[in-house]
Each structure stands twice: as structure tokens, then as C-alpha cells.
Design a protein around this ligand. Structure first.
Ligand code: ATP
Ligand code: MG
Length: 439
């Protein structure tokens, strides 16, 4: 019993006291058996969505038509889903319709893999009709039921198979693997958003390099609705090798050594950036990749900034005044956040930054120090505002204002002018006199 399950136990008790069979289900049961920390606790119940809403004081009808109600209990949210089957899968995608059922068995039958189709009752007993515990023990990822049928129902399961195999260090069962290879073209029917969500979980998982190897070796990346050539990391030779049936199972074990270093980084964003650096993607390719995976614009912007900075630093670096000025110019161009991210990645994975540019630890430390010493790295941090400059100028506002602020920022960042209001105003006045601007 983990704390997370203990905290969720009252929900099972409440539903049971009303006569509704209820269990913990899916990832939380799997992770409990594996001794991993739980991400979230999901509950499956015979109660109808209306009965779930009636049973708890604080609920949110998150996915009412699919039977999922979010229950808030002691400030933690739980997804409580009515036992259901799925039918009428539309074009190899998840179903348009679900039917609520009374039996747990039917609910477990619709789930993707044996390790995800286990339930845990409130007394701690495990209900495991498909041998999920045995598969976990033996290190096997296996579809529930007939793999051909299951992957055809919802082709996203192909990508999920890779994610679970890589994250939990499992071999993909032979029949499941063959079905993946037979039906991989069906990935073309899956929305890129769903693929993107799975990819984020892969990159954040325990072995993204293994996931990448599986993806490359299986050729899956060529079959998504929008192909992802940016991520094909394995060599052609490994690819050919893996196509011989005997070595298919070994596919996931071939790793790109550089890609493997990603796990030294904590955040998904750092890992994605490091991956793009390892694969030598340029700004445009990285941007395209994130666009295809439907990631938020803010994420693309940050990725583009750090890749842009990385590219700009590829030419090498001198630890002199010229180097310092160049670093500060890049810092202002790409932003402090990108510079910090690049330093974090370079410190964790020296291989990534030292190869071409010859960045040593000493250089990275110096860059850190210079970064910390910069008094202002954005116009927001400047001790004068646009309105201050307008007040002392005789001009109406115009594009010159942004230009002047930018000049002041560069001077302040490089330490030529102190970042205080008086000094900056004086410099601004001098600049206006020297270089009068007009509309
Ligand atoms: P994680 O810990 O990464 O969230 P998870 O197993 O909880 O892993 P989810 O995507 O959150 O994965 O799904 C919860 C459960 O729902 C799964 O364990 C599985 O039983 C079922 N499930 C999710 N997606 C599918 C799918 N495409 N087909 C069949 N069953 C699925
Ligand atoms: Mg989950």
C-alpha cells in the first residue's frame, strides 16, 4: 500500500457502501506491483456516472459521455470511470461510442495490454484475469486478447506498446510485435495530438533512447499521419539487421549512445532540446517536429531559441572580452531562459556541446558567471521605461523608441552603462542629441 492508494481508499469505500463494485485500475495497479511511485490513481466502478456524481460532494463531469467523472477528495483529483466496453471503433481510432456495463471483466477486456488490465480491490487483492503479473515478472508486454484485432481497433496502441516496452524495460511479445509490424500503416489514422502525448511520455520516461530505437527500427515514424523523419536516429545497418525476424526482439536494445544521455536531464523540455541537439536538428527541423506533434507554441518558441543559441555557439568560443560580448549579444538575442537551458544541458551532457565547439567545463562555468553578472537581459529589466524616454524626448512615440531601448539594453547588459535610471536617461539624451530621430 502506497500513501497514494491509502489516500484514495475512502472513495472505494464510499462507492462500495452504496452497493457499487469499485476497484483501482490501470497504471496505478501496474506501478504498485512494480514498486514505482504512482502518478495518479484511477478508479473503475459499476456505478453509473450519475451515481458517482451523487456519491461525492465535489465532482467534475470531465468525460461524462465516456463515463469519466473527476472526483476531488482532500484536494486530490481522481478519475472515476464507469465499467464500460467500447465498440464501433471508427477507422482504427478510439471508439465514438461506449456502453456502460456491470462487469469488471468486460471493462478489463477493453484495455490495451495485460500489464494495464489489472484491478486492485479495497482489501488489497489483485484481480488479474489476463496474466499481467506474470508478464511483468517475465518482462513481457502483451496485448489483451488477439493483437491483430486490438491494434486494428485503435492503432495508437502501436505507439503505446513502444512507450510501455521502453519505459518499463519489457520485451514486446512476439505475436504482439508481429501485429505491430503488420498494422503499422494504420497509424496514419491517428490524430497527431494523441501521438504527441505518447511521445511526451516516452521522452519523460526512464529510457527514451530505447523508445527511439524501437520507433526507428520498426519504421513506425514513417507511417504517422505526418511523418517524423527528424526522429529517425538509428543507422541504416541497425535497421536492416532488425528486419530479420530473429533480431526483431533485440531492436529495443540497440541504443544511440548520445540519445541515451538524455536521462541525465530532469524536465521534458530539456530532454527534447538535448535530443534535437544530439540529432543535429536545426531550428527549422526542430520547429517542424514540434508543429507535427502539435505541441504548444510556447514550447516551440523555447525549443527554437535554445537550438538557435546552440547553432550560434557551434563556431567555438574565446574566453576574452570579445567572447564575453558575443555571449551577451546571444543572451539578449535568444533570451536568458534559453541560455540557462543550454548551460544546464551542456553541463549535464558535455558530449553534446564539446564535440564541435570544444566547450570545456571551464568555459561553461565562465559563461554561467557572465550570465549571472548581467544586470539586465531584457527590456523589462531595464531601469528605464519607454514612457521615461518619451518624457525627455520631443518626439512622438514611434519605432525609434524600441530601437533606443534596445541600444540601452545592450549597453547596460555589457556593463557600459550602469543599469540605473539616471545613467540610462543621460545616455538616452546623448543618443537623441547625437542621432536625432524623426518620424
Ligand atoms: P501512465 O502511468 O503513463 O499514465 P497509464 O497506464 O495510466 O500510464 P493512461 O494513458 O493514463 O496510461 O491510461 C490509463 C489506462 O487506460 C491504461 O492503463 C489502460 O488500461 C487504459 N487505456 C488507455 N489508453 C488506452 C487505449 N488506447 N486502448 C486501450 N486501453 C487504454
Ligand atoms: Mg495514467
Amino acid at each position: 500500500w502506497s500513501d497514494a492508494l491509502t489516500r484514495a481508499l475512502p472513495l472505494l469505500h464510499t462507492l462500495e457502501s452504496l452497493g457499487h463494485e469499485s476497484v483501482f485500475v490501470g497504471g496505478c495497479v501496474r506501478d504498485t506491483i512494480m514498486g514505482r511511485t504512482l502518478k495518479d490513481v484511477d478508479i473503475a466502478t459499476a456505478a453509473s456516472p450519475e451515481q458517482v456524481i451523487a456519491a461525492f460532494p465535489h465532482t467534475i463531469p470531465t468525460g461524462l459521455q465516456h463515463g469519466t467523472i473527476t472526483v476531488v477528495h482532500e484536494r486530490i483529483t481522481y478519475e472515476v470511470t464507469t465499467f464500460r466496453t467500447e465498440s464501433a471503433y471508427e477507422k482504427f481510432r478510439r471508439p465514438a461510442q461506449v456502453q456502460f456495463v456491470k462487469s469488471l471483466d468486460e471493462d478489463l477486456l477493453r484495455r490495451d495490454f495485460t500489464i494495464n488490465s489489472m484491478a486492485m480491490r479495497s482489501d488489497g487483492s489483485i484481480y488479474d484475469p489476463f496474466g499481467g503479473q506474470r508478464d511483468l515478472r517475465e518482462g513481457v508486454l502483451r496485448c489483451v486478447g488477439d493483437p491483430d484485432a486490438r491494434l486494428q481497433e485503435d492503432a495508437l496502441r502501436i505507439v503505446r506498446a513502444v512507450r510501455f516496452a521502453a519505459s518499463f524495460d519489457l520485451r514486446i511479445a512476439v505475436q504482439t510485435w508481429r501485429a505491430i509490424m503488420r498494422h503499422k500503416h494504420l497509424l496514419a489514422h491517428i490524430a497527431m495530438e494523441r501521438i504527441g502525448l505518447e511521445f511526451d511520455k516516452m521522452i519523460g520516461g526512464s529510457d527514451p533512447a530505447r523508445a527511439a530505437a524501437y520507433l526507428a527500427v520498426s519504421g513506425l515514424l514513417k507511417h504517422t499521419k505526418e511523418p517524423l523523419p527528424q526522429l529517425m536516429v538509428e543507422s541504416a545497418e541497425q535497421y536492416k539487421l532488425a528486419h530479420e525476424e530473429a533480431s526483431l526482439q533485440a531492436a529495443g536494445n540497440s541504443r544511440n549512445a548520445l540519445v541515451q544521455t538524455m536521462t541525465r536531464l530532469e524536465s521534458d523540455e530539456d530532454r527534447w532540446a538535448a535530443l534535437c541537439m544530439a540529432l543535429r536538428l536545426d531550428q527549422g527541423q526542430a520547429d517542424e517536429l514540434f508543429a507535427r506533434l502539435r505541441y504548444a507554441t510556447a514550447r516551440s518558441k523555447q525549443l527554437k531559441a535554445v537550438i538557435g543559441l546552440h547553432t550560434a555557439l557551434q563556431v567555438g568560443f574565446q574566453l576574452d572580452e570579445t567572447g564575453r560580448r558575443k555571449w551577451i549579444r546571444l543572451l539578449l538575442q535568444y533570451g536568458k531562459q534559453a541560455a540557462q537551458q543550454w548551460l544546464r544541458i551542456g553541463t549535464a551532457i558535455p558530449e553534446l556541446v564539446s564535440a564541435e565547439a570544444g566547450m570545456s567545463n571551464a568555459i561553461l562555468e565562465k559563461l554561467y558567471a557572465w550570465l549571472e553578472a548581467v544586470p539586465a537581459s531584457s527590456i523589462r529589466e531595464l531601469a528605464v521605461k519607454g514612457t521615461d524616454l518619451l518624457a525627455i524626448s520631443k518626439q512622438p512615440s514611434g519605432p525609434w523608441l524600441g530601437g533606443l531601448l534596445n541600444e540601452l539594453l545592450h549597453a547596460a547588459a555589457a556593463g557600459e552603462i550602469p543599469n540605473d535610471k539616471q545613467s540610462l536617461l543621460r545616455a538616452a539624451e546623448a543618443a537623441m542629441l547625437h542621432n536625432p530621430r524623426s518620424e
